[in-house]
Design a protein around this ligand. Structure first.
Ligand code: MN3
Length: 379
């Protein structure tokens, strides 16, 4: 029986993880549930999954839950997050908190040499170099539940001795792949993603292809390749989840249904596959698969992500922080669509490479860039 600690249990990755635990009660249990503000959802999860440790942000909610469930270890606030992420009573930690807030708790788990299933993008985009070094030093295992990276991980299974020639990272292309990108693009148009239903920030990142840029950065760190070895391949049907090309010309591809539950289950039960009830794909229904090259002049955000990799780790922190503030400003109709890449470019241009040795240094740079980006938008 594997004990799972879920950081972000009330979000969509958290719920999918609990789904898998629910369907496989003899294989998994949820020992730790970390939620944000949604006390009622957390309460339902406590009733059903009987965890040992829980976290909720606000103290008053923590007090309530302690009264209702006196046998639970209840944590809250920043200090509570430090403590709960340093517990070692679990087998796999699922890192699915939203935003940069996920970085420190994930770092703590890795520092303790634990196995972590990564869903939070910031952990590698902002934490890249530090996270990978810390994992190596402490013998921690990093698994990923991002569908593309899970696909790559699966393509690399049993291929340790074979160097990678290229990673072929697939992308759906978003709503504007076949359209022109102009300043007239509205929030509503950008939020209308053709294949995936996601939160507003990620949906905008998908439309600008910044989401793919972040995934290029993740792939660079996870699989230890150079940016020239990563080719983004636009594949509109999202049937191929990514591929690896080897030096002999062989391409290994991972195909399957569009369901987050599959990569999550693969990480939880790694390296074994779990049986599920998800509808299988029928190749005769699909008939054709298409692959296209993204235009980096059109998708400036993707180009900027490649630039940030070339320039080094601290540039990736800047890219992520500036993007977050600019996307928020676009969603609140303070800036136009094209001002997102323009703003990021400005922030990258004024940055100088700095060595980031601790999580605190990364968080400080993140904060500084966010403040500067806000100031830039106001002017
Ligand atoms: Mn993905």
């Amino acid at each position: 029986m594997k004990k799972i600690a879920i950081f972000g249990s009330t979000g969509s990755i958290g719920e999918s993880t609990l789904n898998i635990i629910r369907e496989n009660p003899d294989l998994f249990s949820a020992i730790t549930l970390v939620a944000g503000k949604n006390i009622q959802k957390l309460r339902n999860q406590i009733e059903e999954f009987k965890p040992k440790n829980i976290y909720i942000i606000e103290q008053k909610n923590a007090i309530k839950l302690k009264e209702e469930y006196p046998y639970l270890n209840v944590f809250y606030g920043q200090e509570g997050m430090e403590k709960i992420s340093k517990l070692t009573d679990f087998d796999i930690g699922v890192s699915a908190l939203v935003g940069i807030a996920g970085l420190k708790p994930t770092y703590n788990m890795i520092k303790n040499g634990k196995t972590v299933a990564l869903a939070n993008k910031e952990v590698l985009v902002a934490g890249g170099e530090l996270i990978m070094n810390t994992a190596k030093q402490n013998n921690a295992t990093l698994l990923t539940v991002d569908s593309e990276h899970s696909a790559i991980m699966q393509c690399l299974q049993g291929e340790k001795q074979n160097p990678i020639d290229k990673i072929l990272l697939t992308a759906s292309g978003g709503p504007f792949f076949d359209k022109e990108i102009t300043d007239e693009i509205t929030v509503e148009q950008a939020l209308n993603h053709p294949t995936w239903k996601m939160g507003p920030k990620v949906t905008i990142d998908s439309s600008t292809m910044m989401n793919k840029g972040f995934e290029v950065i993740e792939a660079k760190w996870l699989f230890d390749v150079n940016p020239e070895q990563i080719q983004v391949v636009v594949h509109r049907k999202s049937i191929v989840h990514s591929m690896v090309q080897f030096k002999d010309g062989t391409i290994m591809a991972n195909l399957g249904p569009k369901s987050m539950q599959i990569p999550i289950a693969y990480a939880l039960n790694y390296p074994n596959r779990l049986i599920n009830h998800i509808e299988k794909i029928d190749l005769f229904d699909i008939k054709t698969l298409t692959f296209e090259k993204p235009n980096l002049e059109k998708f400036q955000c993707l180009k900027l992500a490649f630039e940030a990799i070339q320039k080094g780790h601290s540039y990736q922190v800047v890219l992520n922080a500036a993007n977050e503030v600019l996307v928020d400003a676009f969603l609140n109709k303070k800036i136009t669509y094209m001002q997102i890449p323009k703003g990021i470019q400005k922030m990258l241009a004024t940055h100088k490479l700095t060595k980031l040795n601790t999580v605190e240094e990364i968080l400080a740079l993140d904060k500084k860039i966010k403040e500067e980006t806000k100031k830039m938008i106001e002017n």
